[in-house]
Design a protein around this ligand. Structure first.
Ligand code: MLT
Length: 287
């Protein structure tokens, strides 16, 4: 599929990470983290809209898109350590972080571990809870089914839950693009990521400690991370803003990019900060 951006690669944490870095170099930075099992191409419409005024980074999470899987197991800790290593490599002191679904799990993990690295947070179609036993079992069954029946069947099953019913007719290109992202993810990375998702810890207890601006967005018909989960996060994150994206399911940024981008741009105008000179991480180390 079409994947906007300048397609750069760089080695961090012993893997080659594929990313795109566009927009004015001295502008406030926004970093996008995709969901599972997609890749950074899912943010094309956002990168296009924002890169005139902001430095926009989209990257493929370990094992997804064109980023190496490496040899070790995956976890939310590993994914957020990769994010910070990429920020360090790109000399990004602080950024607005925008994650969708698994991207949101990574963002909330990173927020707990590296709170001084972020100016603001955008949580899209995501949640703070860990997996129930039932969801863990579903993931183990999916791993088994991929082993037996292959990725194509898994992609077709997944697609059924990802989009709002109305998108079936109107978002054929987006559905095809997401399917392509899924089938291009290796079996091993699918397995390793599903285990990481099943083993992830809740981040709900820490929400009240978040003191940066937070925008929560969710598709009105998201079946995977439903509105009720966004409402819970909204209630617990002081000063957060909740926006329901109409006519959208779980991939709200692709299903209704106009409304999604309008809310995101409004939030960026209010909260994105110009890059600062010295890293908050360096400052906390030197103090
Ligand atoms: C995603 O879109 O990242 C996944 O649906 C997350 C999950 O399976 O929990």
């Amino acid at each position: 599929m079409r994947c906007l951006g300048n397609n750069i690669e760089r080695t961090i944490n012993n893997i080659r990470v594929a990313y795109s870095d566009e927009g004015p170099v001295d502008a406030p930075v926004i970093i996008f983290i995709h969901g599972f099992p997609f890749n950074r191409c899912m943010w094309d419409k956002q990168a296009e809209a924002l890169s005139e005024h902001y430095r926009v980074i989209t990257y493929d999470v370990r094992g997804h898109g064109k980023t190496d899987a490496g040899y070790n197991d995956f976890s939310m800790d590993v994914f957020s350590a990769d994010l910070i290593a990429l920020m360090d490599a790109l000399e990004i002191e602080t950024a607005v972080l925008c994650g969708l679904s698994m991207g949101g799990y990574i963002a909330l993990n990173a927020m707990e571990k590296y709170p001084h690295s972020f100016d603001a947070l955008v949580l899209c179609d995501t949640q703070c809870i860990d997996d129930t036993l039932e969801v863990k079992e579903k993931r183990m069954k999916a791993i088994e089914s991929i082993r037996k029946n292959g990725v194509e069947q898994y992609a077709d099953e997944s697609i059924k839950n990802l989009f709002a019913p109305a998108s079936d007719a109107t978002k054929q290109n987006e559905i095809a693009a997401i399917r392509e992202m899924i089938v291009n993810t290796s079996r091993d990375s699918l397995r390793k990521t599903m285990i990481a998702l099943a083993e992830r810890k809740t981040t709900c207890r820490k929400l009240q400690e978040i003191s940066i601006p937070v925008l929560i967005m969710v598709g009105s018909e998201d079946k995977i991370t439903p509105l009720t989960e966004s409402q819970k996060m909204h209630k617990n994150i002081p000063g957060s803003v909740l926006c329901v994206i109409e006519n959208a399911g779980h991939v709200s940024n692709m299903e209704n990019p106009d409304m999604f981008n309008e809310q995101l741009m409004k939030f960026m105008r209010q909260h994105a900060e110009k890059p600062i000179r010295m890293s908050a991480r360096q400052l906390s180390v030197s103090q």
